[in-house]
Design a protein around this ligand. Structure first.
Ligand code: C2E
Ligand code: MG
Ligand code: MG
Length: 373
């Protein structure tokens, strides 16, 4: 690193894996970028240890002293924001900019609001039904978190879930969602509405909590539900850089409670066919990206057909996500799967509306419609 940084540089170690490099002024931003590249290359050099070759990665945040900071504290803080951004992008160098500052302020604000919303149980869930395309019967419902801030209005999960994951609120949020979903399941059962099972999304961070299995078990017990009435959805990205052994143990314990396990967003990330063999999933949810425009895109049809054949061959229950048009539904129906979940049938909606939606869809005649299409 010293060699890469050059003679004029001063290097300080601030924490275990945290360094500051101060270089004299007069460098252009291009020169600084080139220096950052050299530093990252130096960091990436593998080490030979007795256990074998080890590689580390690095992230660099860059602050231009006169331009981005008026004192040491500000320089340090802004460099920290740039490093955070660099880390999120993975293994990069990022220059500080005032947008990063605004982004950070906004993030902090949202995090604070979210913490309050969870504590006040301001989070709700909506439900999206899944239908068996062969007869339009209900196959299950997915619980999706909804947050409406009194002043800011509705905030989508794509925004608040990552914030909750970064700040650790996801654990309380996930526990709350599971509780609300189970509460609704118990109500529906009491009202003799056959919802099949309620699917709940679980973040990898929840899976890593030592008490996760206990929380699930206890929530089922509190609402007097059996395991099969609940399905836990896990996004496939989860397994990539985690130790699979640990996940396997947690999933096996969940399954022992009778709870179904679903691999969400299948095909969207780093699909490893290995998971399908090694991890105890009951269900595959094929990602929406395979479905949009499937009626006009022949290549896409072939891909979906292949995925469905593979999944069925391996004995999974298969849900296709994100069908928006009757044409898409017709193609999926023709290829065949266990359930379709998408806007064509129903958008996520409050629990109260679900039985009515289900009744309406079950009454329609899919087979006739598909033949005439
Ligand atoms: P997901 O689990 O894959 O959920 C399906 C998402 O696709 C939902 O978005 C749903 O509204 C949307 N969707 C369903 N059908 C269609 C369609 O036909 N077209 C289009 N364009 N979209 C469709 P939503 O509710 O915004 O949730 C987004 C993601 O946020 C979820 O993806 C899930 O990963 C995450 N999420 C939601 N609630 C929770 C939660 O309680 N806990 C955790 N950890 N994640 C959650
Ligand atoms: Mg899901
Ligand atoms: Mg999904």
């Amino acid at each position: 690193i010293e060699k890469a940084a050059g003679n004029g540089a001063r290097i300080a170690r601030l924490a275990a894996d945290h360094f500051t490099i101060l270089i004299g002024d007069g460098s252009t931003t291009d020169q600084i970028s080139a220096l950052a590249e050299r530093l990252l290359t130096a960091v990436h050099q593998p080490f030979q240890l007795s256990v074998g070759e080890v590689r580390v990665s690095g992230s660099i945040g860059i602050v231009l002293l006169q331009h981005d900071a008026k004192d040491v504290d500000e320089a340090h803080r802004n460099a920290g924001l740039a490093v955070r951004k660099a880390k999120r992008k993975g293994d990069r160098a990022v220059f500080f900019s005032s947008e990063l500052h605004d982004e950070f302020q906004n993030h902090i604000r949202m995090e604070r609001m979210l913490r309050l919303a969870i504590a006040d149980r301001e989070i709700e869930i909506h439900f999206q039904p899944q239908f068996d395309p062969s007869n339009n019967k209900l196959a299950g419902v997915e619980a999706l978190a909804r947050w409406t801030h009194p002043a800011e209005g509705p905030i989508p999960p794509s925004l608040f879930i990552p914030i909750a994951e970064a700040g650790g609120q996801i654990v309380d949020l996930g526990t709350l969602v599971l509780d609300l979903a189970c509460e609704q399941a118990a109500k529906w059962r009491a009202a003799k509405f056959d919802f099949k099972h309620i699917s709940v999304n679980v973040s990898p961070i929840q899976l890593w909590q030592p008490n996760f299995v206990a929380v699930v078990e206890e929530t089922l017990k509190r609402h007097d539900l059996s395991g099969q009435e609940v399905c836990i959805e896990i996004t496939e990205g989860v397994f990539v850089d985690q130790s699979e052994k640990r996940i396997e143990t947690v999933l096996a314990a969940i399954r022992k409670l009778g709870v179904l396990l679903s691999l969400d967003d299948f095909g969207s990330g780093y699909s490893s066919l290995g998971y399908l063999n090694r991890l105890p999933f009951d269900q595959l949810k094929v990602d929406r990206s395979f479905v949009s425009d499937i009626d006009t895109d022949l290549r896409r049809q072939k891909v979906l057909r292949g995925i469905l054949e593979l999944g069925r061959g391996l004995g999974f229950n298969i849900v296709v996500e994100g069908a928006e048009t009757s044409e898409e539904v017709a193609v999926i129906r023709d290829i065949g799967c266990d359930a379709i979940q998408g806007f064509f049938f129903s958008r996520p909606a409050p629990a109260l509306l679900i039985p009515e939606v289900v009744k309406k869809i079950s009454r329609s005649h899919p087979a006739a419609e598909a033949r005439s299409a």
